[in-house]
Design a protein around this ligand. Structure first.
Ligand code: AMP
Length: 512
């Protein structure tokens, strides 16, 4: 059987990893070639094996973004183990849940957190190692590097079957406990190869990488696609608009979440001249406002390519590279991905133009939730389609539009209210930057519609004036019964508006 290890697959696309082929450029001036990647990931893989990691074992990491952290991921793949990246914001209590659930052999954390996390690692039976961020003026801190010093570079990548696990990523878990999505070598390699091709990445591409690497977008969609094309990355520790503006002249592409683009549009240095040479800007992980799309095109002449994916499925759809990139839509299903819209209750497949739950099937779709077969079964149809929980609609040209999460759907007085429809009406009002519409417990209607609105700087609007402006635009049951004005909407690291947080904040508005 041919080896399906993702690392081997990526490497085999480029038979000779040469010292000349550049892999990463770091803002501190360091450069890595693909030959360096081979050697460093080999040393890290030998280190993992020396620490007792066997194929199939989990290697968990809660570390700051760095090229070394990325090498730890590649080394885990090469050792045939399963990478478990953890959001750097998670607290010790949250980590106790993840480590207890995934039972990793090794847990690598930031040196500054080692004391606090040692009991958590012990409780989960994991060996604790530390990894800090390299600084030119200091030796790379962390026990893992001390182990690496003793390791050789030569490592024979462990053979894997297509269905073997490469990674477990815990979903952001806005309802209930977060679940570990099991991603196989095939899931990741198929998506990387399809995207490299669909988005026309080549070895000449330089991706400006400013996303976190504990999430699917930064770890897989961007890095794996780039590696599948043999291109290189400018690897920034995080998104910082000044730094991105400084490095864009050296890049050919940027993959971002919508907030990257709104922040760049607010930056005086972000000009048409700065990005005239850029080949591709993509956006995903959260909805890109049509208005941002339009402003971006006006400023730069570029149309952002919006795509749609999720932790469990990798990328599902994309706007076309050559055809029309339609604002507000997420484009067409990617090659090899089947997508349909179904009635959420009955599973009946719905015709074009009808809104329902998005279901997908293909080599990109995950193997299931870690140690949760019942939950996996709940979210899978008998014919292998995964029920994404996103509501969407397909138009006459085959473009998919996401209307929101099924759990955010508001049912008021028995009528369905799609928050996005109300948000679009509010966002179009003068003086409004953006809005979030939620449903809250209501004594008569079951749920009542509530809007939380961010006004433009200095705009003369009030909650009542927003509500009044909607009276002629929306059916009565869709009109917000309360409109709150706020400075900012709560967002997570990927720029997603945290509706659960809003529902908690305003939980009592219809009570008493
Ligand atoms: P995550 O698993 O953190 O990547 O979150 C996946 C979810 O993000 C999806 O199920 C969608 O609800 C949302 N999402 C991803 N891309 C888009 C997009 N382009 N537009 C709207 N929502 C998106």
């Amino acid at each position: 059987m041919t080896d399906a290890n993702l690392y081997t697959r990526l490497e085999s696309r480029f038979p000779q990893p040469t010292a000349e082929r550049r892999f990463a450029i770091l803002p501190d001036g360091r450069h890595y070639s693909y030959a360096d990647v081979d050697q460093l990931s080999g040393r890290f893989a030998n280190t993992l094996v020396a620490l007792g990691v066997q194929p199939g074992d989990r290697v968990a990491a809660q570390v700051e973004k760095s090229i070394e952290a990325f090498m730890l991921y590649l080394a885990t793949l090469r050792a045939g183990a399963v990478f478990l990246p953890l959001n750097t914001a998670y607290t010790a209590a949250e980590l106790a849940y993840f480590l207890g659930d995934a039972e990793p052999r090794v847990f690598v954390c930031d040196p500054a957190k080692a004391d606090a996390l040692a009991p958590v690692a012990t409780e989960a039976g994991a060996k604790l190692e530390t990894m800090g961020v390299y600084r030119p003026d200091a030796t790379a801190p962390g026990t893992f590097f001390e182990e690496v010093d003793a390791a050789g570079c030569a490592f024979r990548t462990v053979n894997r079957a297509p269905d073997d696990l490469a990674a477990i990523l815990y979903t952001s878990g806005t309802t209930g406990r977060s679940k570990g999505a099991m991603l196989t070598h095939q899931n990741l390699s198929s998506n990387a190869e399809v995207l490299a091709d669909y988005w026309r990445f080549t070895a000449d591409d330089v991706l400006l990488h400013a996303l976190p690497i504990f999430h699917t977008h930064g770890l897989f969609t961007s890095s794996m696609t780039l590696m599948a094309a043999g291109g290189s990355m400018i690897f920034l520790g995080r998104f910082d608009a000044d730094q991105v503006v400084e490095w864009l002249p050296k890049a050919t592409s940027l993959m971002g979440v919508p907030t990257f683009y709104t922040r760049l549009l607010d930056h005086p240095g972000f000009t048409r001249e700065l990005v005239g040479h850029i080949r591709l800007f993509t956006s995903g992980s959260a909805p890109l406002l049509a208005e941002t799309h339009a402003r971006f095109e006006e400023r730069t002449g570029h149309r952002i390519l919006e795509r749609y994916g999720m932790t469990e499925t990798n990328m599902n759809t994309s706007n076309p590279y050559d055809g029309e990139r339609r604002a507000g839509t997420v484009g067409y299903p990617l090659p090899g991905v089947e997508l349909r819209i179904a009635n959420p209750e009955t599973g009946e497949v719905l015709p074009q133009d009808e809104t329902g739950v998005i279901e997908v099937r293909g080599p990109n779709v995950f193997k299931g939730y870690w140690q949760k077969p019942e939950k996996t079964a709940e979210d899978m149809r008998a014919d292998g389609f995964f029920i994404t929980g996103d509501l969407g609609v397909i138009d006459e040209r085959g473009y998919v539009t996401i209307v929101g999460r099924a759990k955010d759907l508001i049912i008021s007085g028995g009528f369905n209210v799609y928050p996005k429809e109300v948000e679009e009406a509010i966002d179009a009002l003068p003086g409004v930057t953006e809005s979030a519409v939620i449903g809250l417990p209501h004594p008569d209607f079951g749920e009542g519609v509530v809007a939380v609105v961010v006004p433009e700087n200095g705009a003369q609007i009030t909650g009542d004036s927003v509500a009044a402006s909607l009276k002629d635009q929306l059916a009565r049951f869709k009109q917000p019964k309360h409109v709150f004005l706020v400075d900012d909407l709560p967002r997570n690291a990927m720029g997603k508006v945290q509706k659960k947080e809003l529902r908690d904040t305003y939980a009592d508005v219809f009570k008493g």
